[in-house]
Design a protein around this ligand. Structure first.
Ligand SMILES: [Zn+2]
Length: 216
């Protein structure tokens, strides 16, 4: 338990400095090897969780880690003397001040704030989803359902028989990964695996289900 007298000698950060440090780091731990998010929702829909710490770069009181006697109390509890860390990293840096000198913490802070500045106002990069991945995502919504499997004629067959598709088979869609689909028809002794790249998606009006158009 800290006594009133030692507490009085600690140059703790006021709340507005803590808030500023948290926001300047975009609520992310400044240790570049960590990068933990330090805030999020609680079960209680009105509350937020915070596991972030406004850590002192040089200690708040004499004898603490990286204590700098040349700073005034005001400098010690001002924003430039703080770095936003998660609880784990805050413990880490205070337990080993030789390995984590103030220069290292300042570098972490500079880096984190630089990244936070670059990220401001940036919209999410549209994920580059391949056509095949998109197809897989679409088909996987129908796993477990009956679908029509329609074998499409290859170019040779198309010239001799016309491009009219073969009759469809009603099959069960057993599995869909990012690479293949597995289907099984009535009376088949095993499921068939078809590479996604050989499949196009259609819709069977009559049965109101998706069609897997299989190309060679
Ligand atoms: Zn951390």
């Amino acid at each position: 338990m800290e006594s009133e007298s030692t507490r009085a000698m600690r140059d703790d950060f006021p709340d507005d400095v803590k808030r500023s440090l948290a926001n300047r780091a975009a609520l992310i731990c400044s240790n570049p090897d960590c990068g933990a998010s330090t805030a999020g929702p609680q079960e209680d829909p009105s509350k937020a969780l915070n596991i972030g710490v406004a850590a002192h770069i040089t200690a708040a009181s004499a004898g603490g880690p990286r204590y700098d006697p040349n700073l005034t109390p005001d400098q010690r509890r001002s924003t430039p003397n703080g770095v936003w860390l998660c609880q784990n990293c805050a413990k880490l840096v205070d337990n080993d001040e030789v390995y984590y000198p103030s220069d290292v913490l300042r570098a972490w802070k500079t880096l984190r704030e630089h990244c936070a500045r670059l990220a401001i106002g940036q919209t999410r990069q549209p994920a580059m989803e391949s056509e095949i991945a998109r197809r897989g995502r679409e088909i996987s919504k129908h796993v477990g359902q009956r679908v029509m499997l329609v074998k499409m004629p290859n170019s040779h067959q198309a010239t001799t028989l016309g491009s009219r598709p073969w009759n469809g088979n009603s099959v069960t869609l057993v599995e869909c990964t990012e690479f293949y689909v597995k289907v099984r028809g009535d009376g088949w002794d095993r499921a068939r695996t078809i590479p996604l790249e050989n499949i196009k998606i259609g819709h069977d009006e009559r049965l109101n289900c998706i069609e897997l158009l299989e190309y060679d």
